[in-house]
Design a binder for this molecule. Sequence first.
Ligand code: ADP
Length: 403
Amino acid sequence: MTANPTRVLVLNSGSSSVKYQLLDMADGARLAVGLVERIGEETSYLAHTPLATGGAKREREERMADHADALKAVAEELAADGLGLDSPELAAIGHRVVHGGQKFTQPTVITEELVAELEKLVPLAPLHNPANITGIRTAMGLRPDLPQVAVFDTAFHSTMPESAARYAIDTATADEHSIRRYGFHGTSHAYVSRETAKLLGKDPSEANVIVLHLGNGASASAVRGGECVDTSMGLTPLEGLVMGTRSGDIDPAVILHLSRNAGMSVDEIDSLLNKKSGLIGLCGDNDMREIRRRIDEGDEQAALAFDVYVHRLKKYIGAYYAVLGKVDAIAFTAGVGENAAPVREAAVAGLEELGLAVDASLNAVRSGEPRLISPDYARVAVAVVPTDEELEIATQSYALVSA
Ligand code: ADP
């Protein structure tokens, strides 16, 4: 072992994919990034970019039967650049874990006991947690001696008061089945709310921020003095904003109606609400770029999808304004939030009485840097703050193992 290993490998394991980044926490440098897709299919795909050496992206297409195969291929690619998993400079592997339930509210060093606890949480995140667990087990197999850390998507939201976390349903039923609002995208909301405070020249403990994480999945959060007090996703990532393929908020009776009157099964309704709703359900496209292109061509269906999306967003801005009482900044982040100027403009339009405005020329600037897009006179700052979930996972993992 070298005296102070500072590298962290971040793994985000999905059901048939693994995304990874190797970061050096000495200076935050990204040494390598990559992903494996189509794990378990006939031909899997790996793309690896060795940023440390400035080398070109390398691609592999071959069968990787499972996550173990995939991680072995990743390890080979890293080793080819002298960044192998056996490197003494590797301090930890940080794993994104989607659901931490009520138990895990902090990044946690992974042990066999922790994995067993994660297994118990599978019913809360049946699509995500099993893949996360597979990634963890595989990585533990490759480097059993190395600290591995679980960083939970739900953790940042654990500070929500009961008034925000509880659903107004029978308490005994809710408690028996762990039904409450957990929230997701927590590493993004944590990172972006902190970076927004920095942009304002404030300590996070002094800033009230509404974070709008608008990716394919989308969520809003109200952050008071660095702590989350409300967020739009709930028991699962289905609640809240209109998303690429998810409905977000819906009258729960719609589900009963579909079951009783449309003869749809639970799985069919699940698929409808998670995969065939949101923007794609409204207009057949889930990519905001394509929707904007269609609107420019006069497509009314695309225009309606955009309007429904923005209307929901605006409702959440208003709701979280009221929750916080005083707002210092609204921060847009993730694919849509960082890139789609028309969404930012429309979401804030008409809110001048709340001290909110967007400057058209600042909003039109394309940049990968955190930046303000509100005019000087606005009481509330409007910001675009690129998210960096991998850096946040690496930072939290490293803080834990180097403490
Ligand atoms: P994920 O939730 O998959 O991490 P991202 O945060 O990468 O998603 O966001 C992906 C979405 O961002 C795309 O589906 C698209 O709607 C949107 N997006 C990406 N680039 C642009 C752009 N230049 N203009 C508008 N929307 C964009």
